[in-house]
Design a protein around this ligand. Structure first.
Ligand SMILES: Cc1cc2nc3c(=O)[nH]c(=O)nc-3n(C[C@H](O)[C@H](O)[C@H](O)COP(=O)(O)O)c2cc1C
Length: 294
């Protein structure tokens, strides 16, 4: 149990970072009133609206000395920012840009990243970022005046740029090509591609049965995990009686139904079917196991 008021801010900060994770990273490019570029990563960041397209990130007061950051100062001066995404191939360059260099230092030069002119705002885009969003700042909400306090920077996206190389045949972003990284607590990051990326197909308009419609023999399965039972609960209907009759004639199933340990073995068989992607078949096997449940 943690009472936020009783904990040192630096410790609370780490518990929040470890819990609200992984977080997307806004690689924020700004310029000051004289046009000096600035680049810094912000992972208190997300999208909050698509129509109008609105992004929000938070620039916090430093916990150590309560100072505010250059990105915030620049945005107060100019009202503009480009939010660039961060992928695996540039993450160490992004980390370099997070060093607290003096305001006069251009982090594009420090990080070795390439500035490209934007179409509608003064701050540069990061050429290496797979997507870049040119933004006008709509509002800044100050959340406090002590170290760690955030300033919510609310941004209207007025232009998006997406590298063609990350777009697939359906004109959608392919996460594996995008290869984004997310920030977690301490020095941990996560790479969102390859085996770390899953698909969960859940039709929104069709009524999935839900856990409450499953017999107790399935809900209390000693074999299936919560995720596996959820795959059964996500079906909209049970297999038909003719399908069940056919299933019960399969030698492996017919034999197990007669065994003393049949319930467990049938659940193991159903589990294999779920893993193989045959969820309807698994549902049938589980129904045939139901009379054996005690
Ligand atoms: C991946 C990453 C995410 C970060 N997220 C935030 C954040 O959400 N808010 C914040 O105030 N600082 C964040 N920081 C720290 C700032 O990047 C750092 O203080 C930077 O020097 C600020 O630069 P600026 O003064 O040029 O704006 C983050 C650092 C890293 C490496």
């Amino acid at each position: 149990m943690i009472d936020p008021k009783q904990l040192a801010v630096k410790d609370l900060h780490q518990f929040i970072l470890g819990t609200v994770a992984p977080r997307p990273i806004a690689f924020a490019s700004t310029v000051d009133a004289q046009g000096v570029p600035n680049l810094a990563p912000y992972s208190f960041f997300n999208a909050f609206s698509s129509n109008p397209p609105v992004l929000v990130f938070s620039s916090n007061r430093k916990v150590n000395d309560n100072q505010t950051k250059d990105t915030l100062h620049n945005i107060r001066e100019t009202g503009e920012v480009v939010i660039n995404s961060v992928n695996f191939s540039m993450m160490r360059q992004m980390a370099l840009a997070s060093v607290e260099y003096p305001a006069s230092i251009d982090e594009f030069i420090k990080s070795g990243l390439t500035p490209v002119a934007s179409d509608l705002v003064k701050p540069f885009r990061v050429a290496e970022s797979p997507s870049q969003m040119e933004c006008k700042v709509k509002d800044i909400i100050t959340l406090g005046d002590q170290g760690g306090a955030g300033h919510l920077i609310i941004c209207d996206v007025i232009r998006m740029h997406i590298h063609e190389a990350v777009i697939d045949e359906q004109n959608r972003i392919d996460p594996h090509r995008m290869d984004l990284v997310g920030r977690m607590g301490r020095a941990y990051y996560v790479r969102a591609s390859g085996p770390a990326v899953y698909t969960v197909h859940q039709p929104v308009n069709e009524m999935a049965m839900g856990f409450d419609q499953l017999p107790e023999s399935i809900r209390r399965s000693p074999v299936l995990t919560g995720n596996e039972i959820a795959e059964i609960a996500a079906l909209t209907e049970w297999p038909s009686q003719p399908a069940l009759d056919l299933l019960s004639l399969e030698p492996a199933v017919a034999e197990l139904v007669l065994q003393e340990e049949g319930y467990m073995h049938l659940h193991e068989l159903a589990r294999k079917a779920i893993i193989a992607g045959s969820v309807d078949r698994a549902a049938g096997i589980l129904l045939l196991a139901d009379p054996l449940y005690t």
